[in-house]
Design a protein around this ligand. Structure first.
Ligand code: PLP
Length: 368
C-alpha cells in the first residue's frame, strides 16, 4: 500500500518557487524606485494584460469585487433597475448589484455546464432589466455569442464576471470580446494571482475605458484636478509588477491545468460526474469540480487520506442569510440547489505531479 500523501487544493508556494527570481526582481525594482502607487509597473501591466486579452483597454483595480463594482457603475443603472445573474457564484457578484442600487434577479444554471441557462435567462428579462452579469464559473464560458445577441436585442449592458476565467475562450474569444466589460480577480489562488488583493477590467469601448480609468483613481485628470468623484480602487504597483512577471507564464500554466483535467476526466468519468466542457469552449479549470450523490462522505474520506477539497459553493446565493429579506425559498432555483449538495472541488494547479494525480484518482476509486 502506498503511504499517505498530503495534497493541498492549491499550492501557491510551489508556483512561486518556479519563478522566484523573476518575482523577487520585480518586487525589488518597485522597492528600489519607491514608486508604489500608479506609475510604470501599472502602465506596463495594463498594456500587457490588454494585449493578452486582445482588448483595447485593461484597467488595474484593487480586487475582483471592485472590478465588478466598476463595471456596474459603467452600466449607469437607476435605482431599482434589474440585473440578472446566477445563484451559484461568489457573493461579490451580487453585492456589487446592491452597491449601485440595482435589484438582483437570478436565472438558474444548467446541470452539465453549471453555467447560466440561456433559455431561463431570456424568460427573466423584463422592461426593468438593464444589465446582465454572466459568470464564467470554474473557468468556462457559456455561449457568449448567443448571450450577446440577447443583450443587443433587449438593449442590456453585458458584463462578464471572469474572476475565475483568465485565458478562457468561447469560439476562440476571451472574456472582454463579447461583453461591454469583463472583470477579473487576481486573488492569490486565481489562475493569474498576485500577492494580495488585485483585479482588472478589460473593454473594447474606449469611452468606457477612459471613464473607468478616472473612477479607479478619485476621478483625477492631474494630481489635484478631479473631473468626477471616484474611488480609491487602484491596483498597487507591487501587485502590478508581480502580475506582469507572472503573465508570460499564464498560457503554459493554463495548458498544464487542462492536461491535469484531461487525466482526471479519463480516469474518473466512470466513478463520479466529471466537468462537462463544451466543444466551443476552452475551459481553464480554475477549479476541477466533480459531483457525487455521496459528496459529503467522499469529501470526508479524501480529507482523511490527505487530499484537500472544497465546495464552491455550499449555499446558493438566494438561500444566503444576507438575502433572506429578498424572499427566495428552497426550490426557487432547483439546479443550483442540487449542485450545491453534490459538487466537490479536488486539487488542480499547474504544478500537480503525476504521483499526486495518481494518488487522488486511486483514493476516489477506493471510495466509490
Ligand atoms: C465569480 C467571482 N466574482 C468575483 C469575485 C471577487 O474577487 P475578489 O476576491 O478579488 O474581490 C470572485 C472571487 O473569488 C469570484 O469568484
Amino acid at each position: 500500500m502506498k503511504s499517505k500523501m498530503n495534497i493541498p487544493l492549491v499550492d501557491l508556494k510551489t508556483n512561486y518557487l518556479t519563478i522566484k527570481d523573476e518575482i523577487d526582481t520585480a518586487i525589488q525594482n518597485v522597492i528600489d524606485n519607491t514608486s508604489f502607487i500608479m506609475g510604470e509597473p501599472l502602465k506596463k501591466f495594463e498594456k500587457n494584460y490588454a494585449e493578452f486579452c486582445k482588448c483595447k483597454k485593461a484597467i488595474g483595480c484593487s480586487s475582483g469585487t471592485t472590478a465588478v463594482h466598476l463595471a456596474l457603475l459603467a452600466a449607469s443603472l437607476k435605482k431599482g433597475d434589474e440585473v440578472i445573474t446566477v445563484p451559484n457564484t461568489f457573493i461579490a457578484t451580487t453585492e456589487c448589484i446592491s452597491y449601485v442600487g440595482g435589484k438582483i434577479q437570478f436565472a438558474d444554471v444548467k446541470t452539465d455546464t453549471r453555467l447560466i441557462n440561456i433559455d431561463e435567462l431570456e424568460k427573466k428579462i423584463t422592461s426593468k432589466t438593464k444589465a446582465l452579469i454572466i459568470v464564467h464559473l470554474f473557468g468556462q464560458m457559456p455561449d457568449m455569442k448567443k448571450i450577446k445577441e440577447i443583450a443587443e436585442k433587449h438593449d442590456l449592458f453585458l458584463i462578464e464576471d471572469a474572476a475565475q476565467a483568465h485565458a478562457a475562450e468561447w469560439n476562440g474569444h476571451q472574456p472582454g470580446y463579447y461583453g461591454d466589460i469583463a472583470c477579473f480577480s487576481f486573488f492569490p489562488a486565481k489562475n493569474l494571482g498576485c500577492f494580495g488583493d488585485g483585479g482588472a477590467v478589460v473593454t473594447n469601448n474606449e469611452e468606457i475605458g477612459e471613464n473607468l480609468k478616472l473612477l479607479v483613481n478619485h476621478g483625477r485628470s492631474t494630481k489635484y484636478e478631479h473631473l468626477i468623484e471616484g474611488y480609491n480602487y487602484r491596483l498597487d504597483a507591487i501587485q502590478a509588477a508581480i502580475l506582469d512577471a507572472k503573465l508570460p507564464h499564464l498560457d503554459k500554466w493554463t495548458e498544464l491545468r487542462r492536461k491535469h483535467a484531461e487525466f482526471y476526466n479519463k480516469n474518473l468519468s466512470e466513478k463520479v460526474v466529471v466537468p462537462f466542457e463544451d466543444k466551443n469552449a476552452k475551459h481553464v479549470y480554475y477549479m476541477y469540480v466533480i459531483a457525487s450523490k455521496k459528496r459529503d462522505e467522499l469529501m470526508k474520506f479524501l480529507k482523511q487520506n490527505g487530499v484537500s477539497c472544497g465546495i464552491h459553493y455550499p449555499i446558493p446565493l438566494h438561500l444566503q442569510p444576507a438575502y433572506k429579506k429578498l424572499g427566495w425559498k428552497n426550490g426557487s432555483f432547483p439546479v443550483s440547489e442540487k449542485l450545491s449538495k453534490e459538487i466537490l472541488s479536488i486539487p488542480i494547479y499547474p504544478e500537480l505531479t503525476d504521483d499526486q494525480k495518481n494518488y487522488i484518482v486511486e483514493k476516489i476509486k477506493e471510495f466509490t
